[in-house]
Design a protein around this ligand. Sequence first.
Ligand code: RFL
Length: 388
Amino acid sequence: NLRPVGIVGAGPAGLTLANLLRQGGIPCVVLERGTREYIETRPRAGVIEHRAVRMLDEHGLADRLLREADRHGACEFRVNGQAHEVDYAALYDGQTHYVYPQQEVVKDLLGAFLDSGGDVRFSVTDVELHDIETSSPYLTWTSASGERERLDCSFIAGADGFHGVTRRSIPAGAVQEFSHQHGIEWLSILAEAPPSTHKVIYALHPDGFAGHMLRSSTVSRYYLQVPVDDTVDNWPDERVWAELHKRLALRDSDWKLTEGRITEKRILDMRSYVVEPMNHGNLYLLGDAAHIITPVGAKGMNLALHDAEVLAAALMEYTRTGDDAGLRSYSEVCLRRVWRAQEFSQWMVFMIHRSPEPFLSRLGQARLEHLIASGSSAGYFAQNYVGP
Ligand code: RFL
């Protein structure tokens, strides 16, 4: 009579863990604040590393992804209106990214879990964690119908994102927090516009960075570097498009940006955060609950999937054999990848942004010129970008 693992949060991290545990015969219950519709339509990431896809595929969770996702092995840096392509797949054993929106990943993971009889409680509120330092931790929450409920757990998995409740349940002083404000801000835009490019574009312009990301054949994501403390109200649609046209422009070319209806506009806090260790007692944190990273380099969801894979293996080993070596090394194993991703993201942030300090802008430009000119620098970029 195994007590279940209580998983808080049905994002990519929580749902991947839930599926892997269920496949391994370990009972679990997922508590989610949102409705099913909310989590299945929440657009965020869109770029998945080959490694994460292989892991999902090994567990039979990537069928639709492999059928529908586009594969990308090159990106473009636009500097002063000139395009420089980096063929990172060629530089790294032919490995590619998969472009597949995060809400589709969530839809697939949720569908697989529910189809196998998995237990997800939607629309829960006031989740509380109890006795996490003991071997009988438990969760309480208010259900969608207003009842206070309780689940006695073997372990608790905190997969409730950066603003969730699980990390905050760890007593002050038991963990160390590392955070960094990158001193830049992005306006993030989602539009019903077919992509104007076959590759992701990172454009460096005297007025700041602009990015054209890929999501699907009908939807695209764009980013604009904006002054710190800027607000969405300053960015009516016409200004967004004018700025994108200007910063993405290509010299001596008839390339054009296709516009579409803007469906989301938000200011992104360009911040990094890591908590160490990623566990306390019998609470294990994963994904954004333990670490956030800027979207530069597209690592956040990939790290969340990796944490889930490592934790599932550790919990399975412990349940089958009583060996807790995997649980003891969980945090260390995950953090190694997390810090490597943070280092790469920071390297890239520095390279593609215009700093208020002109000297630093020049250094970033020199880094990019080196990347374009040098095989070894491009090799570093390729390996880290597509995922080590
Ligand atoms: P999530 O996805 O935030 O899921 C957490 C879930 O927990 C629920 N929840 C609670 N449930 C119960 N009780 C509570 N108290 C709760 N509090 C929260 C939430 O409703 C939610 O369902 O975390 P997870 O699973 O760790 O996944 C992390 C990723 O979502 C995140 O890292 C990425 O989206 C980051 N990211 C990107 N990552 C990539 O790998 N590639 C990309 O291209 C990429 N692009 C992006 C991004 C993030 C972005 N934003 C919006 C921050 C682009 C953007 C614009």
